[in-house]
Design a protein around this ligand. Structure first.
Ligand code: DGT
Ligand code: CA
Ligand code: CA
Ligand code: ZN
Length: 585
């Protein structure tokens, strides 16, 4: 385990101990240990684990040293496994509701005997939570809302988590000798921001061993269907997965069909019919004549000359439509007229903006973040720690910001890394739309991201944001709606007005690549980019591996029809420097 993973386990232990009502000193020791381990370098941790000298670090006692060593060397911790098992699952689940931490869970259990979400919901509906000391009417309402959201979103999964679940399964399928081709389909392939279930498609002449392997996969919690050409399972992570097996000559038709979307499929079938063809998961056959589409396709059988999706689209007079665009939103017309965009790709990205360090609420230092950016091959890295009003995120004061700017200058001058670091801030948009730093402070930075972090339910949010865009020092707008996918809705904003104001003021809008955010939403990007809005795909990384999230942002950008030209951080280092320099004239 690396140090961030170790720190996450230590933090979790602290939370679980608090849930059990353990000694506060013990709890604090774990939480402090988590913070401490983040401040050490990976090399130092490895060296101290090897030499058994962790205890020499101030704040790490014997018990903590032993646990860190076990985690570092084995990736597991028996103490942690047992601790987790000793706590009722319902209590841990309750903590997933926003605003309900371990202290509150304990109070709920002690005073009302609540040990499940269902009981908590009932208590809220009975008005019992409002009367509880430390809760009140408002927090009762908030808990109820959290439970409702959980139900609403519980059946879907973040794209990145679905992807991480699907990848090893797909790789496993591809290794089976009976499998000729295997792909994932459905919303995962279309890179929807959330995914209902996983869809796998396999070409094989011998399906039985493949379905047998699939239902016996170690991650399977329950088998819901197990037939000759189809199997469905529920995985331990809660996600459903469908596997369909087809003969090789049918694969490309089935792949297209099960990639969807439904709307896209309906439009495609319509188009096929207009050409006298019947299109289905079985094949592309004449609409006229004897028998069902399936029977006709089986008769046509191995004679089909359509072997790839490119050829399938070509048969219908279309250019290949990337899966991300298959939402029935005009992609077929564009493919017909040769007006499909050349979509931005991962390899186009030359650097990333809007990243945090340990100066505010990040988990890695400036140097660690820069090293990680260099390892990803980035030419530049933009730092943007929080500003002073974000107290919870340890926002920087003017003095600390000045010190960070100096440190970045020194780091760049040292030429220690190939990656150039830009100075910036994620500056709070205050309730009246003014910014959290003075113009003089902002003018000293390479770039300024402005974001809303407080007072979400305010009327006039649109005007508040537009005022911030009108500040001449604003470079980019961060996470437009503040939404957290599957957790909370964004604040109410009039997107069109904000897009227009951004364009009018020469402000870039970010596509926040954090898998929970992914806003501005892809559904707005096509029109906005046509009007001239520039996008920056910003990972909003709070740790080194968060930089990789730019990949999730690429998926959303592609769904928004964005090209390389639309995306700011595909520009060269020289071009970005020039752009930032021009801001200050
Ligand atoms: P999800 O799983 O809710 O995130 O969304 P999808 O798009 O993966 O939907 P899913 O898993 O129900 O089905 C996969 C694809 O199969 C879907 O995108 C299109 C195709 N499909 C499934 N059912 C139908 C249908 O009744 N009509 C049409 N035209 N296509 C369907
Ligand atoms: Ca699906
Ligand atoms: Ca499905
Ligand atoms: Zn933020």
């Amino acid at each position: 385990m690396n140090k961030s993973e170790i720190a996450a386990v230590l933090t979790d232990i602290g939370t679980l101990l608090e849930l059990k009502g353990e000694n506060p000193f013990k709890i604090r020791a774990y939480l402090a240990g988590a913070r401490l381990i983040e401040t050490l370098s990976e090399e130092e941790i490895a060296q101290r684990v090897g030499a058994g000298t962790l205890e020499e670090v101030k704040g790490i006692g014997e018990a903590l040293a032993q646990k860190i060593t076990e985690l570092h060397t084995t990736g597991q911790l028996e103490f942690y496994t047992k601790l987790k098992a000793s706590i009722p699952a319902g209590l841990v689940e309750i903590m997933s509701i926003p605003g309900v931490g371990p202290k509150k869970v304990r109070a709920l259990q002690d005073k009302l005997g609540i040990d499940s979400i269902a009981k908590l919901q009932q208590a809220c509906l009975d008005g019992k939570i409002a009367d509880l000391e430390g809760f009140g009417e408002k927090s009762q309402e908030k808990i109820l809302e959290g439970i409702r959201n959980r139900e609403k979103y519980g059946r879907r999964h973040l794209w990145l988590e679905a992807w991480q679940t699907a990848e090893p399964l797909l790789a496993g399928l591809r290794q089976l000798p009976q499998v000729i081709r295997a792909e994932h389909a459905g919303s995962l392939r279309r890179r929807m921001e959330t995914v209902g279930d996983l869809d796998f498609l396999v070409a094989t002449d011998d399906p039985k061993p493949v379905t047998d392997w699939f239902v016996a996969w170690p991650g399977v919690a329950e088998v819901t269907a197990h037939g000759d050409t189809k199997a469905s399972v529920r995985l331990a992570s809660g996600i459903q997965a469908d596997l369909r097996l087809v003969p090789p000559e049918q694969f490309v038709f089935a792949l297209h069909h099960f990639t969807g979307s439904k709307d896209h499929n309906v439009q495609m079938r319509h188009r096929a019919l207009a050409q006298g063809l019947s299109m289905s998961e079985w094949g592309l056959v004449p609409a006229e004549g004897e028998g069902t589409a399936k029977e006709k396709a089986e008769r046509a059988g191995r004679k089909t000359d359509v072997k790839t999706e490119e050829q399938l689209f070509k048969k219908l007079g279309l250019r290949f439509i990337p899966p991300e665009l298959r939402e029935g939103l005009g992609e077929i017309e564009a493919a017909e007229g040769g007006r499909l965009p050349e979509l931005v790709a991962e390899s186009d990205i030359r650097g990333v903006f809007h990243n945090h360090t340990t100066e505010s609420d990040g988990h890695n230092t400036l140097e660690e973040m820069t090293a990680a950016a260099e390892a990803l091959g980035f030419d530049y890295l933009g730092i943007a720690d929080h500003s002073r009003s974000s107290v919870q995120a340890r926002g920087l004061t003017e003095e600390r910001l000045a010190a960070q700017v100096a440190a970045i200058g020194k780091l760049n001058a040292s030429k220690k890394f190939q990656t150039h670091v830009f100075t910036g801030t994620e500056c709070d948009i205050l309730p009246d739309g003014s910014l959290d730093f003075t113009d003089e402070v902002l003018a000293r930075l390479d770039y300024v991201v402005v974001s809303v972090h407080s007072v979400f339910k305010q009327a006039g949010m649109t005007a508040r944001i537009i005022r911030a865009l009108e500040n001449p020092h604003t470079t980019m707008l961060g996470h437009l709606t503040g939404r957290l996918l599957l957790e909370r809705e964004g604040y109410a904003v009039e997107v069109d007005k904000i897009v227009d104001a951004a364009i009018a003021n020469g402000v870039i809008i970010e596509l926040n690549a954090n898998p929970y955010r992914l806003d501005m939403d892809w559904r707005h990007w096509r029109r906005a980019a046509e009007k001239g809005l520039v996008c920056s795909i910003n990972p909003d990384a709070h740790r080194t591996n968060g930089l990789e999230h730019f990949r999730a942002g690429i998926g959303a950008a592609r769904k928004g029809w964005l090209t390389k030209e639309n995306v700011f951080n595909t520009r060269t280092l020289a071009a970005v420097k020039k752009y930032f320099a021009a801001r200050h004239r």
